[in-house]
Design a protein around this ligand. Structure first.
Ligand code: ARG
Length: 469
């Protein structure tokens, strides 16, 4: 097949031409290309290449002039990609080879020296780390924005009560703010997980080569410094083989999704006519093409649905990695779409959810109305019996019977006869019973750390306002 020039006819010049006598099948090319999605790594790829070229210059592999041509050539390519002028060629497989080959086309011989002492294996391990480091910083900021949106909403309804639920049955009174701040705490741990995984991925793999470094030894520490890595990886095989840092990130994002999905479910319930607790703005709801009255909480539903992708992407990546012998295997190219999709999905969900909650408002009349259900204070009545000397298990049974009696008589618990209370227990004098059935009193008594007394909630609100300012 050789045509005397070392080129295969009808085929672009390709990187490993030395070894091959036949061009790749068209099906293989389509099957194996990744540039259609990994092109988004171009900025980080170019940044890494410039740092690598500087190290080649320091090692005497590149002259100062060659380095300058490489650097300005790469910057020119970056500009063209950013402005949309650059045409990626799927025949060049991935972003790394597209950029390198275009560089050589533009600047000639010097470009062909860039890949000295480097492999796409350490290159892609670098690009992913650089890319994800940036993305995680953005995601952390979005988690903060989401926390702030919830904190502001909590502050707007600071004194409003609502029923708290277990098993989706009314359980005990809480403040709306307490319920919302529960999510603020969850998101704070999400933020911590993102920061943790960013710190662990923050080491420079460049210099690991394909698997075993290189006989041409570059100053890895200098490269790391230029790329703002606090340290370099310590085992070349580990550095090119593992994607645990991406698994950690996808896991952290799956958990973000879980939290947003639970909030979604709360929002969907609250926005229903049955609850009527929450009003979403027109801007964040959709109508029905058929039913004129509908105002649907699609953002929450979509977020709940998209959480499936966040879980799926984590499982995809874990599954891709689990059977791979060290070190790099081409399977690992399948990491990208899962990673990109999780980053995009989590970003979009956080962004829109923060905006939606900032524009939402609770109907305090409805939440207060629902909290008037005296059964919410049945536990407080049992506590009052305990304070009157009755063992808790007995108190529980006494109140349980009163609740059943009220249901049977079809009256609210607090409207049973005085004699009903007294015959249940002499402790339950009318004045005591009256004082128990005051929601605000019950809340005020819940002063233990983390419990929803008005004082505690106000304090935690102040804390979050300060932290998120
Ligand atoms: N596009 C490849 C990937 O994302 C880059 C590494 C290719 N390495 C190789 N030995 N073929 O995994």
């Amino acid at each position: 097949m050789g045509n005397g020039t070392g080129r295969l006819p009808g085929f672009v010049d390709f990187m490993w031409k030395g070894r091959f006598r036949q061009a790749a099948s068209d099906l293989l090319k389509t099957y194996s290309e990744s540039v259609s999605y990994d092109w988004r790594l171009y900025r980080h790829d170019i940044r890494g290449s410039i740092a690598h070229a500087r190290a080649l210059k320091a090692a005497g592999i590149l002259t100062a002039g060659e380095f300058r041509r490489i650097e300005s050539g790469l910057r020119g390519i970056e500009k063209d990609i950013t402005s949309g002028r650059f045409v990626f060629d799927p025949e060049l497989e991935d972003v790394h080879m597209n950029i390198e080959s275009e560089l050589t086309r533009r600047i000639g011989a010097a470009g062909a020296k860039l890949h000295t002492a480097r492999s796409r294996n350490d290159q892609v391990a670098l690009d992913l780390r650089l890319y994800l480091r940036d993305e995680v910083a953005d995601l952390c900021a979005l988690v903060r924005t989401m926390q702030k949106s919830l904190t502001d909403l909590a502050a707007r309804h600071e004194r409003a009560v609502m029923p708290g639920y277990t098993h989706l049955q009314r359980a005990q009174p809480v403040f709306i703010a307490h319920h919302l701040l529960a999510y603020v705490e969850m998101l704070d741990r999400d933020h911590g997980r993102l920061r943790d995984c960013a710190a662990r991925m923050n080491e420079c793999p460049l210099g690991s080569g394909a698997i075993a470094g290189s006989t041409i030894v570059l100053n890895r520490e200098a490269v790391a410094r230029e790329l703002e890595f606090p340290r370099v990886t310590q085992n070349s095989m580990d550095a090119v083989a593992d994607r645990d840092f991406a698994c950690e990130l996808l896991s952290a994002l799956a958990i973000v999704g879980m939290h947003l999905s639970r909030l979604s479910e709360d929002v969907i319930l609250w926005a229903s006519a049955e609850f009527g607790f929450l009003e979403l703005s027109d801007r964040h709801t959709t109508g029905s093409s058929l039913m004129p009255q509908k105002k649907n909480p699609d953002i929450a539903e979509l977020t709940r649905g998209k959480t499936g992708r966040l879980y799926g992407n984590l499982v995809t990546l874990l599954t891709v990695m689990k059977g791979l012998p060290l070190t790099y295997n081409r399977d690992m190219q399948e990491d990208k779409e899962a990673i990109f999709d999780s980053v995009d999905t989590a970003r979009a969900a956080l962004e829109i959810f923060a905006e939606m909650m900032a524009a939402a408002r609770f109907r305090e009349d409805r939440t207060a109305g629902a909290t008037e259900d005296p059964n919410l204070l049945a536990t407080d009545l049992a506590d009052a019996l305990v304070l009157g000397g009755v063992p808790f298990r007995q108190a529980h049974e006494i109140v349980g019977k009163l609740v059943a009696l009220a249901a049977q008589n079809n009256v609210p618990l607090n409207e049973l006869e005085e004699s009903d209370f007294l015959s249940a227990s002499p402790v339950l004098k009318a004045a005591l019973v009256r004082s128990v059935f005051q929601v605000n009193k019950g809340l005020a008594a819940r002063g233990g750390t983390g419990a929803p007394s008005p004082k505690n909630v106000a304090k935690r609100l102040r804390y979050w306002k300060g932290r998120l300012a």
